[in-house]
Write a protein that binds this ligand. Sequence first.
Ligand SMILES: Cc1cc2nc3c(=O)[nH]c(=O)nc-3n(C[C@H](O)[C@H](O)[C@H](O)COP(=O)(O)OP(=O)(O)OC[C@H]3O[C@@H](n4cnc5c(N)ncnc54)[C@H](O)[C@@H]3O)c2cc1C
Length: 400
Amino acid sequence: MKQIIIIGGGAAGFFCASNLDEKKYNITILEQNSDVLQKVKISGGGRCNVTHACFDPRELVQFYPRGHKELLSVFTKFQPGDTMEWFDHRNVPLKIENDNRTFPESNSSQTIINTFLNEIQNKNVEVKTKCSVKAIEKKDEKYLVMTSLGDFEADYIIYTTGSSPKSLKIVENLGHKIIDLVPSLFTFNIKDELLQDIPGTSFENAEISIPSLKTEESGPLLITHWGLSGPAVLKISAWEALSLSKLKYNFEIEVNFISRSIDEAEESFQNFKQSNPKKTIGQAKIFDITNRFWQKIVSVSKVDLNKQISNISGKEMQMILENLCRKKLKVSGKSTFKDEFVTAGGVDLKEINFKNMSSKLLPNFYIAGEVLNIDAVTGGFNFQACWSEAWLIAQDLNGL
Ligand SMILES: Cc1cc2nc3c(=O)[nH]c(=O)nc-3n(C[C@H](O)[C@H](O)[C@H](O)COP(=O)(O)OP(=O)(O)OC[C@H]3O[C@@H](n4cnc5c(N)ncnc54)[C@H](O)[C@@H]3O)c2cc1C
């Protein structure tokens, strides 16, 4: 029987092994750590956000700042609906939460790990842990895999080493081009009077733009102890990962906390002023934001909170609305989002055949998962890319 070696015992490697035909191949997984599937274990805060309930491939690819073009064909063959069915067939029901993130009903990543361990045990897949791959050489029709536990021969290689720079070097030495790794999915560090002392304040739908990059995103926003977080920030950090790295994470953003134009906001302000002239500005409830945040806006606009709204000058109102709808904030640095670091960069997608995830440069060599220059925003999309790519590899090999 021909020998398949899967390098990297993570999400992509295990899903591939779980779908390979064990009657056709000897399958071995080489994993450098003492435990496999460590990232799956900690994923989704220990609950494992397995996928995202978005069943239209065209819509789905919009969540991938890098890889959206290439993944379209991949998702037409295996998409979140197929993932859900795959787990369902193995008696692992998944549940879709309000925001479409999808988790095992058990709320435990261990359920997902156990499912994979079960699958590969049934298939007699050999797993070698504490086996760090150091180099790979092409040897006639086969590959020689040099590891900390000695050399292995393989007819087929499936390369799923995640974002380890050391392991990217191994494929680079085999001729693949590597796009530089940069962090994606991070939150913004901002020191500004407006954000001070109100961590936990959230906005249902805010707009953030980065004027120097002519880009903007909208969505929920959260004030944290160190600056701004929430889906709007994470999305813009992912889409602009490369540009923001070049700016060394020092740049200016403009925030519209209420997603309404200054003109619309002024109309609401004037209407409120007419019907409540005696109210103090500090107690005015004009916009859908917390009282504390409104009072912060009024204070940083240098307007006395106790002033009657009828006495607010046009200039003072403009100042308040500018801070609410067009607040300029200086970002200096980034922080990791719930330890969920994802990297942009990796093996250049131009060198991959997306029909089956094979290398265009190396025969019988497949590459999948985070090692590729593919990444997504948060929400289960990164795993979905792993499942879909790994499934394609298994289908290709099973059909040979
Ligand atoms: C804290 C955290 C939470 C996350 N939560 C989610 C989530 O809920 N949903 C989601 O979709 N995504 C999530 N992600 C992202 C997701 O975990 C990754 O996209 C995914 O694990 C990538 O899978 P992979 O198989 O490509 O790589 P990995 O899962 O990283 O697996 C690669 C494996 O290869 C091994 N390896 C590397 N080099 C070698 C070598 N030279 N020799 C032998 N073995 C090697 C590594 O030790 C590792 O076990 C999260 C990430 C983090 C960090």
